[in-house]
Structure formats: structure tokens, C-alpha cells
Design a protein around this ligand. Structure first.
Ligand code: ATP
Length: 233
């Protein structure tokens, strides 16, 4: 059975249909990259799955439970964690304080400050630094680490590499790679097609609010994704 099942999902911004009857599923331990041009509806989709934006139609089922109308905080307790676009760390709090805040109402599980710092060793020397004083890459790793503190069964990361230097992108993907290899279920929005295709097992291409391609990454050429990306098919 799929861990996440999205069926006919729609979401709006006023009159704009940002997500139009999208259907797809994500199996346990699957890594899915969502790609698509600016404004395709990726962020709205992720926020709707996480409960930060209301669904206008369709259903979202998580581990057999209909969560379509469940409030966001309860979805966190069910095991859905979203690293939002822009990271949204508490900028005046330190790295460790950011982690602790997220861990306060965590589900039971393997992640705590110690295990998170073990998994992301680059954060250990930064644990007392304020989030505002971190580089973009350090902030992204902290945001991912913070999401892990809730002990998610599904980790969703929006715009993984946006605005990061190539070195920072490598650092962030090194961390995500360790999670993937440990069997995490991941949904990533990634602008960089090369990264998306090499990292994820599956790619979901979104165009104008619709899923236009959902295939194993290995079956795809970059050209096919580019065509779907720009609606050239
Ligand atoms: P990006 O890569 O630019 O974030 P995206 O694929 O994540 O793009 P969304 O941010 O989900 O796309 O936006 C989908 C559509 O909804 C776009 O047309 C966008 O302009 C519109 N939209 C997004 N947020 C809002 C909002 N708060 N109010 C009105 N329209 C919005």
C-alpha cells in the first residue's frame, strides 16, 4: 500500500486553480522529486499535503487515513513534516533551540537533538549560533534537521537548492542522501533537473497545476523532462 495517496486533488488561490485534480501516490521509502516551472503549483501542492493550505477537492490519504481536512498540527503528529520554501527558521533562536522547539511535541521515534547532530555533523559546531547568522546552506540543513525532530514518516522539502551555492547544495544533498539510504520517504521540489534525476527514484513533472509525467527517474531522459516542464509535448 502507498504511504501517501493523492486523488483528484485541487487547491485554489482565489479564482486561480493552482492545483488541478492531481493524482499520484508515494510508496514507503520512495524518493520523489517534483519538478516544474515557476508557478506550476508545486508549493501549493506541498502546502496542501501538509495542511497549510486547504484542499478545494479530492482526497489525501496518509497510511490509509483520510487527512484531507485534518489540521496541519495533527498531520505532523501523523508523521508528515514540511520544510517550507524559505526555511522559516526562528532567526533569533540558536540552531539547537530551533531543534528543541520542533521536538517538543514530537512523535516517538529515533530523532532527538543528539541523533540529529550525529546525522548532520556540520551542525555540531553551529549549535549555539543564531539561525540568522547561518549561511543559506547551513540554514537549509538546520531546517531539514528541525523537521526530522518531529520523527516524520514522510519528509517534504520545498525548493531544496534554491538560492544556495553549489557547495551548499552538495552539503544539503549529502544529508538528504544519508536519509534516503536509511530508508526515509522523501518528496522534494527541485529546480535543478540534473539533481532531481540523479537523486530521486521517481520524478513527478507538474505543468499548470497538473501532473503531466510521473515515472521512475531511470526511465527518463533530461530532454523528456524538459519537454514536459515547458509543455512542449
Ligand atoms: P514557484 O517555483 O514559483 O514557487 P510553484 O510551482 O511552487 O512555483 P505555486 O507557488 O504553488 O507554484 O503557485 C501556483 C500558482 O498560484 C501561481 O500562478 C501563483 O502565482 C499562484 N499563487 C501562489 N501563491 C499565491 C497566493 N498566496 N495568492 C494568490 N496566488 C498565488
Amino acid at each position: 500500500m502507498s504511504l501517501l495517496e493523492v486523488e483528484g486533488l485541487s487547491a485554489r488561490h482565489g479564482l486561480l486553480n493552482a492545483v488541478r485534480e492531481m493524482s499520484f501516490s508515494v510508496a514507503d521509502q520512495q524518493v520523489v522529486a517534483i519538478v516544474g516551472a515557476n508557478g506550476a503549483g508545486k508549493t501549493t501542492l506541498l502546502r496542501t499535503i501538509a495542511g497549510a493550505h486547504p484542499a478545494a477537492g479530492g482526497t489525501i490519504t496518509f497510511d490509509g487515513l483520510d487527512i484531507t481536512r485534518m489540521p496541519a498540527h495533527r498531520r505532523v503528529r501523523e508523521g508528515i513534516a514540511l520544510v517550507p520554501e524559505g526555511r522559516r527558521l526562528f532567526s533569533e533562536l540558536t540552531v539547537e533551540e530551533n531543534l528543541r522547539v520542533a521536538g517538543r511535541r514530537a512523535r516517538p521515534g529515533p530523532w532527538n537533538v543528539g541523533s540529529v547532530l550525529d546525522a548532520f555533523p556540520m551542525l555540531t559546531p553551529l549549535r549555539d549560533r543564531r539561525a540568522a547568522n547561518l549561511s543559506g546552506g547551513q540554514q537549509q540543513v538546520t531546517a531539514i534537521a528541525r523537521a526530522l525532530m518531529t520523527n516524520p514518516r514522510l519528509l517534504i522539502v520545498d525548493e531544496v537548492s534554491l538560492g544556495l551555492s553549489p557547495t551548499a547544495v552538495d552539503t544539503v544533498y549529502a544529508g538528504l542522501g544519508r536519509l534516503r539510504d536509511a530508508g526515509a520517504t522523501l518528496i522534494l521540489v527541485e529546480q535543478d533537473l540534473r539533481r532531481a534525476l540523479s537523486f530521486a527514484g521517481h520524478v513527478l513533472c507538474v505543468l499548470e497545476g497538473r501532473v503531466v509525467l510521473a515515472v521512475p527517474a531511470g526511465d527518463l531522459t533530461r530532454e523528456q523532462v524538459t519537454e514536459a516542464y515547458f509543455g512542449l509535448q
